[in-house]
Ligand binder design. Structure first.
Ligand code: ZN
Length: 426
């Protein structure tokens, strides 16, 4: 009896030990890019990773649950580009912890590679230093405005034959102009005319521009023609399951972006064999919710009895690494009253004005203000924005007006056009 008892204890001990996932092969890779690090870890079993939000700005912490690290502790000193060290430790009996001590803001992304015949499970973690949130050409924070659809993709079609792609492009352009005239932001459109832009390109443009905010503009659609009003969508982090109630109810469900979303996930599973996760997602969603609520407040202030609400949905276009964003459905194009309003240019201007106000409140709340332009950091080109004059552009970059004219072969300084590319440095 006693023997059996001991055997049972030993069995339990070993089972629990062997049930733990073994983590090893801790490596820090030089990516060759300043402020970008990659860490890899190998695991016997599929790892369960959680980001720990310590509230501290000095450490980035990742926990690998039910795991064991045989060396118990290993660290790499970095001492440059804002990272002091990376450390992998056995935090408690069942948790392996990866700690990065940082002195500058970093964002992290991780990916789990599934095991195959030659490799075990591999965790890849990328640390990328957050750049200054300012566009170098203007010294202003960039906001990406995304008019939905375009070209072959008309979006929803109204009862009077109005195309969503045309309505949203006009609202976006009016918003761009208003934002630029505020002098506080650098607005960028994902499309400036009736052309088709894929969702991946919209996302990569926003990420490459290092935008502080993303706003996608759409019109809603619904088969009975009865639904009216505005909807503000914020990304649902559980979106991959596709089980979100909202998305079933939403008319946008049928739209092109949802199909692309599903295919995208499928493609990713096949090619990367992993799960890509933005581990800062929760913070980004909280910011997106704040922006969404500001949009709602601004619309309620402007229009009495306005039907507007915030919802969560797994829109692909909102899956932006660390960039807060909302998808705004400006009315139901399938409702005859909403459609009539949307066809009115003054109404669209009012919608753009209210959106501008929401964005301005967000920027103020988050202290997102213009950066100092560094004179030795002049851009090669500058694209003329609505409301620009050549004199202002010359002043902005502290260059001689005559020189600017000469370099760009402009005889009459009043003859510049929006979208025109000007050479700034010789
Ligand atoms: Zn749409």
């Amino acid at each position: 009896m006693k023997k059996l008892y001991i055997l049972a204890i030993i069995t339990i001990f070993f089972t629990s030990l062997f049930a733990l996932n073994q983590v090893d092969n801790f490596k820090v890779w030089d990516t060759g890019q300043e402020g970008v690090y990659r860490i890899t870890l190998d695991c016997k079993e599929s790892p369960d990773i959680k980001e720990l939000n310590s509230g501290s700005k000095k450490y980035l912490i990742l926990n690998i649950k039910d795991s064991i690290f045989k060396k118990s502790s290993e660290s790499f000193r970095m001492k440059h580009h804002g990272i002091e060290y990376f450390k992998l430790v056995q935090f408690d009996k069942k948790t392996v912890r990866l700690v990065a001590k940082i002195t500058k803001e970093y964002q992290t992304k991780f990916l789990i590679m599934q095991k195959n015949s030659s490799f075990p499970y591999r965790i890849i973690i990328d640390y990328k230093q957050k750049d200054i949130a300012c566009d170098i050409a203007t010294g202003l924070p960039t906001i990406v405005i995304d008019p939905g659809h375009g070209g072959k993709d008309s979006g929803a079609i109204g009862t009077k034959g109005t195309y969503e792609k045309d309505i949203v492009l006009d609202i976006a352009k009016q918003l761009e102009k208003k934002l630029w005239q505020s002098g506080r932001v650098n607005p960028v459109l994902t499309r400036e005319d009736d052309t088709f832009v894929g969702l991946r390109n919209r996302v990569s443009l926003t990420e490459n521009k290092n935008a502080v905010l993303f706003l996608s503009i759409h019109n809603n659609a619904e088969p009975t023609g009865r639904a009216r009003g505005y909807r503000v969508y914020v990304l649902d982090e559980n979106g991959k399951s596709g089980k979100t109630h909202d998305i079933v109810a939403s008319a946008e469900n049928k739209s092109f972006e949802m199909f692309e979303d599903i295919n995208d996930v499928k493609k990713m599973d096949k090619n990367v064999l992993g799960i890509l996760a933005d581990i800062k997602l929760n913070q980004t969603i909280a910011k997106s919710m704040r922006l969404g609520n500001l949009v709602i407040d601004s619309f309620k202030n402007e229009f009495s009895n306005v039907d507007i609400e915030i919802r969560r949905a797994p829109f692909h276009v909102l899956k932006l690494a660390g960039i807060p964003g909302v998808l705004f459905e400006a009315g139901f194009i399938t409702n005859k009253y909403d459609e009539r309003l949307l066809k009115n240019v003054f109404y669209r201007e009012k919608v753009a004005e209210v959106l501008k106000r929401s964005i301005m409140s967000y920027l103020t709340d988050n202290k997102l203000i213009a950066c100092e332009l560094e004179s030795n950091n002049l851009p090669e080109y500058y694209k003329v924005k609505p409301g620009d004059t050549l004199i202002h552009i010359a002043k902005r970059f502290s260059i001689d007006l005559k020189k600017l004219q000469k370099v760009n072969n402009i005889e009459n300084p009043s003859r510049i056009m929006v979208g025109m590319k000007l050479r700034i440095v010789e």
